[in-house]
Design a protein around this ligand. Structure first.
Ligand code: HEC
Ligand code: HEC
Ligand code: HEC
Ligand code: HEC
Length: 280
């Protein structure tokens, strides 16, 4: 049924065109996933970001490669040489009296973030550059001028004492029980919300449910914890007795999530990110 006359249709068309122009004029509006976010370093990105390429038109290649990735830590298809975990000074070294966690050696997905954010290698350093014949074992050196700058943020650097702790067990670890069954009690630091633990595809995994997504299922909008296997090293030379859920950079951040400010998994309105884990 046609309810508009030609004049009304014309007005609607002009309005639609106006909305289109408004969206183009405001690039923030166009950021949904990673495209045009600060993690889109492709030549076609509309974002202003250090290290944005003038030649490479792919988005994922700055972090992932389909073949030949670095497997020295459990990170997905990583296309940059991962830094060694023991090159970082952790939050534990600050020695606040209230920190309960036995500090793990910096590892897992945090190393992936730090492969740019420690400022040690160039943004265009890659193991497998786009196209045929782009493979460099151990990663290419890239363009020296494209190392991340700006201490202490966005360049996090090698000293993590001034950053929220990472690579430590959720709730500071357990004083009693074990993670497979004890998801709500036995925390070394009692001021934490319960975790949800499940065996998915043969792996024990844990997360903290937030108001986003479905309760009891692991969603991108939950605070995702990263499993460390029994035997993983702590900075004091001890090792983990059992598989343990760890807090890492990507517990709070989703590097593909361009629509929340600073790539947070959920907006930090009323400190929702902090209060998802801390019961304060
Ligand atoms: C700035 C670095 C960066 C870029 C660019 C990037 N990723 Fe990722 N990606 C990561 C990190 C870090 C992880 C692991 C973090 C996590 O567990 O969510 C990850 C995890 C993933 C995963 C597995 C976890 C999940 O969320 O399903 C997939 C799939 C993925 N990325 C696809 C992509 C694709 C496709 C692109 C390009 C459109 C892309 N990524 C671009 C950093 C990046
Ligand atoms: C390929 C290099 C690369 C990797 C890997 C990478 N980042 Fe970034 N990140 C950048 C660049 C470049 C910027 C923009 C810096 C600037 O120009 O301000 C940035 C910015 C950010 C910002 C600030 C965004 C803003 O709106 O100001 C956050 C938060 C961030 N990254 C978190 C992470 C986390 C967490 C990871 C791992 C899950 C990660 N990044 C992995 C390159 C990277
Ligand atoms: C416990 C949660 C949490 C963890 C873990 C975490 N971040 Fe963040 N990060 C935040 C929050 C919240 C913000 C936003 C702060 C703000 O709005 O000023 C942020 C902001 C940032 C920024 C942008 C800072 C700015 O003001 O421009 C960068 C870059 C960043 N994080 C990188 C990282 C990296 C790399 C790691 C791991 C080494 C990491 N983050 C671990 C919560 C976290
Ligand atoms: C993914 C869960 C998680 C999120 C989200 C989170 N934290 Fe934490 N935070 C922890 C854990 C675990 C510790 C270590 C506690 C311990 O060992 O005593 C910690 C430690 C801290 C400490 C240091 C405590 C000490 O005794 O030295 C402060 C301060 C802190 N968090 C504040 C924040 C703030 C502010 C935010 C939001 C920007 C935040 N946290 C978000 C899990 C989280």
């Amino acid at each position: 049924m046609n309810t508009f006359n030609n004049i009304q249709k014309g007005i609607l068309l002009i309005m639609a065109a106006g909305i289109g122009v408004a969206m183009l004029a405001n690039p923030e509006r166009a950021v949904a996933g990673i495209a045009n976010s600060k993690h889109d370093l492709s030549s076609g990105s509309s974002a202003t970001a250090q290290g944005k390429s003038s030649t490479i038109s792919e988005i994922c290649v700055f972090c992932h490669t389909p073949h030949g990735s670095d497997t020295s830590a459990a990170v997905p298809l990583w296309n940059k040489a991962l830094p060694a975990g023991n090159t970082f000074t952790t939050y534990k070294a600050l020695n606040t009296s209230t920190y309960d966690a036995t500090q793990g050696v910096v590892g897992s997905v945090s190393l992936a973030c730090l492969s740019c954010h420690d400022g040690a290698q160039a943004m265009d350093s890659m193991i497998n550059a786009p196209g045929s014949g782009g493979y460099t074992a151990g990663g290419s050196t890239g363009t020296a001028a494209l190392k991340m700058t700006g201490d202490p943020i966005p360049k996090i650097g090698k000293d993590l004492q001034n950053d929220h702790p990472i690579s430590m067990p959720y709730a500071g670890g357990l004083a009693s029980g074990n993670w497979t069954t004890a998801t709500t009690t036995g925390f070394k630091d009692a001021d934490f919300h319960p975790v949800v633990g499940k065996n998915i595809n043969g792996n024990d995994v844990w997360w903290v449910d937030t108001a986003g997504g479905t309760a009891g299922s692991r969603d991108k909008t939950d605070m995702v914890l990263y499993t460390r296997a029994a035997g993983s090293p702590n900075v004091d030379g001890t090792t983990l007795a059992a598989a343990t859920p760890f807090v890492e950079c990507a517990s709070c951040h989703d590097p593909h999530q361009g629509s929340n400010a600073t790539f947070l998994r959920i907006p930090n309105t009323a400190s929702a990110v902090c209060l998802a884990c801390h019961n304060k």
